[in-house]
Design a protein around this ligand. Structure first.
Ligand SMILES: Nc1ncnc2c1ncn2[C@@H]1O[C@H](COP(=O)(O)OP(=O)(O)OP(=O)(O)O)[C@@H](O)[C@H]1O
Ligand SMILES: [Mg+2]
Length: 299
């Protein structure tokens, strides 16, 4: 579990966090969203123990990151926003060196490294120098490193950014696997469609404060409207008429939109079966608009 409590952070005169509070429960994947400069990376860095808050605290499985830093940071895996590895050493050698911090013996670390490199899609590149890795490869390497201590909590900062489609899929599967194991995942992302497909809960950060915390099922309800959209193989005025008992249907470019929809989508599908139903579903607002609405409401 990750619990952020009244977190305040100043960088000199700049206030990056302004009394931030939220919790990520065990077995939960939480999407952390906000505009550039909202304070996501600052929060994640504080939670992973690399920088200190001005006040407030983060608890990792009830260990305070400020008062019990060793215990707290042992229990958290972190993938930085921009993993910078300029080491002039072979990737696997560096992995073994980092594993040393966790008191993992060299031979064990090497076999663990080979396994994790394969898992993150870096097999065959173990002996390349880290400084020659691409940005996406560095991200994958950081992912492998975050798994070394088998922590219960994970902080992924813009991990999807810079990954290719295969890398994104790998990351999503990994997050779902961690969740199944009852682990805790907080991931920041600007790719709202990915947040929607992965997160159980979304935490909206704006100007260093949480402005909304919503479960995904509630967010989906907020996005969907009460208009039903039906795409037919052979749309016609007759098909349109057949929909009139469900609301106020209109036909446009072969697509029927039933405004003020009342009823059951399955009934609509049954009634329209003779016209070949290709698609049926609620009209959605896009997630981006909702995001800006939530931020707007907070101001
Ligand atoms: N080392 C630093 N020194 C001074 N100001 C900083 C430092 N790091 C971050 N800031 C400031 O703190 C605020 C929050 O930055 P942060 O990097 O946490 O935002 P973010 O939500 O991660 O943004 P992005 O979406 O661009 O990654 C910004 O105003 C930023 O300029
Ligand atoms: Mg950031």
């Amino acid at each position: 579990m990750i619990r952020v409590e009244n977190l305040v952070k100043y960088y000199g005169k700049i206030q990056a966090l302004n009394g931030e509070n939220f919790t990520v429960n065990d077995g939960e994947i939480v999407g952390f969203v906000g505009l550039n400069g909202a304070g996501k990376t600052t929060t994640i860095k504080i939670a992973s123990g690399v920088i200190y808050p001005t006040s407030g605290d983060v608890f990792i499985d009830n260990y305070s990151i400020t008062k019990d830093k060793k215990k707290a940071s042992e229990n958290v895996g972190w993938v930085p926003e921009l993993p910078i590895y300029e080491q002039d050493v072979k990737a696997l050698d560096y992995f073994v060196y980092i594993a040393g911090y966790y008191k993992i013996p060299t031979s064990e670390a090497r076999s663990m490294g080979k396994k994790l490199f394969e898992e993150v899609g870096l097999s065959g590149r173990e002996n390349d120098k880290l400084k020659n890795y691409s940005q996406g490869m560095k991200k994958r390497f950081a992912l492998a490193v975050s798994l070394i201590s088998n922590p219960k909590n994970f902080l992924f900062d813009e991990v999807l950014n810079g990954l290719d489609p295969e890398g994104m899929q790998f990351f999503k599967n990994l997050a779902l696997k961690l969740k199944k194991e009852g682990k805790t995942v907080l991931f920041s992302s600007h790719i709202l469609s990915e947040v929607e497909s992965l997160a159980d809960k979304v935490v909206f950060l704006h100007k260093g404060k949480i402005v909304k915390e919503t479960r995904m099922e509630d967010l989906r309800k907020m996005i969907s409207t009460n208009a039903l959209r039906v795409v037919l193989n052979s749309p016609s005025e007759e098909a349109l008429k057949a929909c009139s008992s469900f609301g106020e249907p209109t036909l446009n470019n072969g697509v029927i939109i039933i405004n003020n929809f009342k009823g059951d989508t399955e009934d609509v599908a049954r009634v329209l079966k003779p016209y070949g139903v290709l698609e049926i579903g609620y009209v959605r607002q896009d997630l981006e608009s909702l995001f800006f609405k939530i931020i707007g409401e907070s101001q």
